[in-house]
Design a protein around this ligand. Structure first.
Ligand code: XLS
Ligand code: NI
Ligand code: NI
Length: 439
């Protein structure tokens, strides 16, 4: 029997909304059927290895505030302990997926070769734990932003040797993700952006970025990695301007370079708000373009203007998120990855459980509310009525492309304009409240 890292916490069970036990689910009941499917299949919750197992409470003004059971020792021993702690955590949470960066699971070596060897050794341990527990990998990714060599970016660095190194690093991380049966692979452009246009050839950098993605897709095909490839938009941070700014910019970029058939989007709530969009906006834009692949479920802080990566507890956002997910017929093979960390002052190991419970309960509730709203067609009915004028003869000629300026002028001269319907926003927002409170 190996070491127990969370001795004070047992397996988290569903106890229902009346429960006062903080270590129990109040709304997340994994096997409960919602719209014909168990909750857990709708939600596909995933743990983010980096936030839960490598974050020590650092912020821009202070170093580590948290110590964990698996800390200390040489980096490889620590990495192995972390694997066992992570799987104990996920088992106790009933969490069926995890996501990782290469450097979260194994320490970067002095050379690429050493880094790759470290990865292989740790991946052996992870593979064994996956076998033992049945826990799966939602996605893998590369950290090509933390190390000093990425100071000007990775594939968008001005330095071609950095481009080559990035390719090598992605190649290995993809191989590892494939080996772990990862269902997706993510590209978040950590420093793919610029600080000042005075020193930047944006055109060239975007071409390089696209070239890297094209090579990645080709390599995925070559090794038979069939998971979804995903871009995760973010407008800024760490660079002043990130190229994958938001869903619509990424979609434009993918189309410009003919990559839209190979890549979908991983939408993060906090990145949406940093781009001055709502979470739902980003999900919606991705969905209507057929490109909503997966979700980083977290939330930002309306007062702090950075990626605070908090556990999501906002019921409105969770409800509207699940409303988008249900309208696209589900999120698989993507999932809801808690790209979220406990606060710097939440220093106990128990807080890791409490944070995930809060997030899972919030989305479970959001799922049920969204399912009810969809079943009752409350908003859909209203939207249909709002556009009723496009179901007339005039509307049909506009939508089917047979109208032209002359025909429309003729219509306008003859008929003028009718009164537009009320938007009914206040009523709709109040209906949303009613569903959140009563569904
Ligand atoms: C950072 C991103 C990052 C990605 C994975 O803001 O959210 O954590 O999800 O590289
Ligand atoms: Ni993220
Ligand atoms: Ni983020």
């Amino acid at each position: 029997m190996s070491k127990v890292y969370f001795p004070t916490v047992n397996k988290i069970a569903y106890e229902g909304p009346q429960s006062t036990n903080p270590f129990a689910f109040k709304y997340y009941n994994p096997e409960e059927i919602v719209l014909g499917k168990p909750m857990k299949e709708h939600l596909r919750f995933s743990m983010a290895y980096w936030h839960t197992f490598t974050y020590m409470g650092n912020d821009p003004f202070g170093g580590a505030s948290i110590t964990r059971e698996w800390d200390g020792g040489d980096p490889m021993t620590q990495a192995k302990e972390r694997v066992h702690a992570a799987f104990e955590f996920m088992e106790k949470m009933g969490m069926e997926y995890f996501c990782f960066h290469d450097v979260d699971i194994a320490p970067r070596g002095a050379t690429l070769e050493e880094s790759n060897r470290n990865l292989d050794e740790i991946v052996d341990e992870i593979e064994a734990e996956m076998k033992r527990t049945g826990i799966k990998c939602l996605w893998g990714t590369t950290n090509a932003f933390g190390d000093a060599k990425f100071v000007h970016g990775a594939s968008t660095s001005c330095n071609a040797t950095v481009f080559a190194y990035t390719a090598a690093q992605i190649k290995k991380a993809m191989e590892v993700t494939k080996r772990l049966g990862g269902e997706n692979y993510v590209f978040w452009g950590g420093r793919e952006g610029y600080e000042t246009l005075l020193n930047t050839d944006v055109n060239r950098e975007l071409d390089h970025f696209a070239a890297m993605l094209k090579m990645a897709a080709d390599y995925a095909d070559k090794i038979g990695f069939t998971g979804q490839l995903m871009i995760e938009p973010k407008p800024k941070e760490p660079t002043r301007h990130q190229y994958d700014f938001d869903a619509q910019s990424v979609i434009g970029f993918l189309r410009k370079y003919g990559l839209e058939k190979r890549f979908v989007l991983n939408i993060e709530a906090n990145h949406a708000t940093l781009a001055q969009h709502s979470f739902q906006h980003e999900l919606h834009m991705s969905r209507i373009n057929g490109l909503l692949g997966s979700i980083d479920a977290n939330m930002g802080d309306p007062i702090l203007g950075w990626d605070t990566d908090q556990f999501p507890t906002n019921l409105y956002d969770a409800t509207l998120c699940m409303y988008e997910v249900l309208q696209q017929g589900g999120i698989a093979p993507g999932g809801l990855n808690f790209d979220a960390k406990v606060r710097r002052a939440s220093t106990d190991a128990e807080d890791l459980f409490l944070g995930h419970i809060a997030g899972m309960d919030t989305f479970a509730r959001g799922l049920k509310v969204a399912a009810k709203m969809l079943e009752d067609k409350v908003f859909i009915k209203n939207i249909d009525e709002r556009y009723a004028s496009y179901n007339t003869e005039l509307g049909a000629t506009i939508e089917n492309g047979t109208a032209d300026f002359e025909s429309l002028e003729q219509y306008a001269l003859k008929n003028g304009v009718t009164k537009s319907p009320s938007g009914r926003q206040e009523m709709l927002e109040s209906i949303l409240n009613q569903y959140i409170l009563e569904a």
